[in-house]
Write a protein that binds this ligand. Structure first.
Ligand code: SF4
Length: 233
């Protein structure tokens, strides 16, 4: 289940190594500060559904380029109608489209959801697989989705899930210097102590939605401003 593809050897180009004490301080402050903030949609679904890997998988598929409230409402509607790979695979694509609208790219996502469920039934006996290698064979599933399923659904401590918030904030903090989220994932395995890996997504996504927003981040009110290098701002 280990998502780290570069666990030994020289540091890749453009990877910085964050100071562990500064990382600890930042993560502890974030843990305290996010306690009263709204959780990301997939975390809420994970909590509500007792870490059900299938529902985490489908909710994450729906969440790309979609507001959290929309993802949460669409997932809830969909799971009310069908909440297992077998029952969801039987729904016509048009029905899935109607249930998940208005998530972004709902037509493409509806096709992915159906094909993904069909593959779970035919190749995995209706169960969500628990390895990165198997998860990324599912239609519409990339490393981001697979990592989140492994962390939330299978309690993996060896994966980091990088979305646009994690990518942006890791660079602003100065933990990594990267251009693409996939590059950021690998750089973070090098830069951050492993004890924080499964928490990075929850903390940084919540921070990104509430404080370190893409446009006009709230640096003046930010509790980790002292430790942040504010790269790119
Ligand atoms: S100080 Fe600014 S750039 Fe750094 S984490 Fe806080 S809001 Fe983001």
């Amino acid at each position: 289940m280990n998502g780290n593809r570069e666990s030994s050897g020289a540091l890749p180009k453009r990877v910085t190594r964050a100071r562990p004490r500064a990382v600890d301080r930042i993560m502890r402050i974030m843990a305290r500060e996010i306690a009263g903030m709204e959780l990301p949609a997939v975390e809420k679904i994970s909590e509500a559904q007792a870490e059900n890997p299938f529902q985490i998988l489908i909710a994450t598929l729906l969440s790309a380029r979609t507001q959290d409230a929309t993802t949460h409402a669409a997932s809830t509607r969909l799971f009310k109608r069908a909440h297992t790979p077998r029952t969801l695979a039987k729904l016509p694509v048009e029905t899935i489209e109607r249930l998940i609208f208005p998530v972004g790219f709902y037509r493409t996502k509806a096709r992915h959801v159906k094909k993904c469920c069909e593959k779970l039934v035919t190749d995995f006996n209706g169960q969500v697989p628990s390895t990165m290698e198997e998860l990324v064979t599912l239609p519409g599933v990339g490393r981001k989705t697979a990592n989140l399923v492994l962390i939330l659904g299978f309690k993996s401590l060896r994966n980091i899930c990088v979305d646009i918030h994690v990518h942006r904030i890791s660079n602003r903090l100065g933990w990594v210097r990267t251009t693409h989220p996939e590059e950021t994932e690998q750089a973070l395995y090098r830069a951050i102590p492993a004890r924080w890996w499964p928490l990075i997504n929850l903390y940084l996504v919540t921070w990104g939605q509430n404080v370190c927003r893409p446009v006009r981040p709230r640096c003046a009110d930010c509790a980790i401003s002292r430790d942040c290098q504010k790269f790119g701002l």
